[in-house]
Design a protein around this ligand. Structure first.
Ligand SMILES: [Ca+2]
Length: 340
């Protein structure tokens, strides 16, 4: 017994020595694909989990919204009117109001004929109501339309936009392009926004992922141009550098990303937080990135999973049972991913 304890102590000592340089850094849990929730979707983009554990999914090119149960039963509930699909535009992100239990409101971001806009409509459990405008006038183009919607822990709606192929939008405080916006449920500037407008942060190229960490801090994934994709921790009024800066740079006006990748490794879209880790869906990179975070900063190395196995990954959402639902755009599927 003493000998075994002694041997154990030696092994422990060895582990401590070899692990010392990274001993403070977290290692993310290992994700595993436990099955396919549902498939047959065309250009799936947004995913919003309902209070009962089922979800709504938006299809970019068809403008359809579909209801998906945890058991995988899919039902079409309606088509959002006035959507103009083209290139990266169409019906993009969706979000369920935190007050859904009483008001039944569903929010959607879509490309229209002259702009990108956020609308809201009721979902009574069967069909969609008539949309009402929440925010209009977000610049649109064939590319860089942003499009993610998420309600924050503060109850306000966060909207990620793109520069709409006009890089000047990102630093222009009067443009809604190249920004993260923060608004009330009816679309007014949220009280306390840094400039009293809808703008919460600026200097973005094309943000398609939003998630909050354990301390209710906002993080966002952003598509780079030719070289560098970014994961940023977002502060109110922060300037994230585009178009002067792609990735990290030495300029005190700008906030540097917490993690970067080549555009071939990532080209990120959706983002979700679980188990002290940001989970980021990669389109061109065709993988799920795990980024350990703690106290508002990255806390360890990023880890890739499922590389080139499931096609382009568009979206990640926290399912009701603690798993992640991950959308593969290529296979038109929702994968159920459990964390080891
Ligand atoms: Ca940046």
């Amino acid at each position: 017994m003493r000998k075994r304890l002694s041997a154990l102590a030696s092994v422990t000592a060895l582990l401590l020595v070899t692990a010392a340089p990274s001993a403070v850094a977290a290692v993310p849990p290992t994700p595993r694909i436990a099955g396919t929730v549902a498939s047959g979707f065309q250009s799936p983009w947004g995913l919003a989990v309902l209070p009962d554990g089922s979800a709504l999914l938006s299809e970019r090119d068809t403008a359809l919204i579909k209801h998906v149960t945890a058991a995988g039963v899919v039902r079409q509930i309606g088509r959002v009117p006035n959507v103009r699909h083209g290139g990266e535009g169409g019906l993009l992100g969706i979000a369920v109001a935190p007050t859904f239990g009483t008001d039944r409101l569903l929010y959607a971001y879509h490309t229209a004929s002259g702009d990108n806009r956020v609308v809201r409509m009721t979902y009574d459990g069967t069909t969609l109501g008539t949309p009402q405008n929440v925010v209009t006038g977000i610049p649109r183009a064939n590319i860089h339309n942003g499009g993610r919607l998420a309600f924050g822990p503060d109850g306000f709606l966060y909207i990620s936009t793109g520069d709409a192929a006009n890089t000047a939008n990102s630093q222009n405080p009067n443009s809604l392009g190249g920004k993260i916006l923060r608004v009330t449920p009816t679309g007014s500037p949220a009280p306390g926004n840094p400039s009293g407008t809808r703008v919460y942060s600026l200097g973005h190229r094309n943000v398609q992922g939003l998630a909050w960490d354990e301390g209710n801090r906002l993080w966002a994934s952003e598509l780079g141009q030719n070289t560098t994709d970014e994961l940023n921790q977002i502060r109110a009024g922060g300037n994230y550098g585009w178009p002067t800066c792609e990735g990290s740079c030495n300029d005190s006006r700008f906030i540097n990303p917490q993690a970067t990748w080549t555009t071939a490794e990532a080209s990120p879209s959706g983002l979700a937080f679980s188990r002290n880790t940001m989970w980021m869906a990669a389109l061109r990179g065709q993988r799920l990135w795990a980024i350990p975070v703690s106290g508002g900063v990255r806390d360890g190395n990023t880890v890739a999973s499922f590389t080139n196995q499931q096609g382009r990954l568009r979206t990640v959402a926290n399912a009701a049972d603690g798993s992640l639902w991950v959308i593969s755009e290529t296979t038109g599927s929702i994968l159920r991913v459990v964390l080891g």
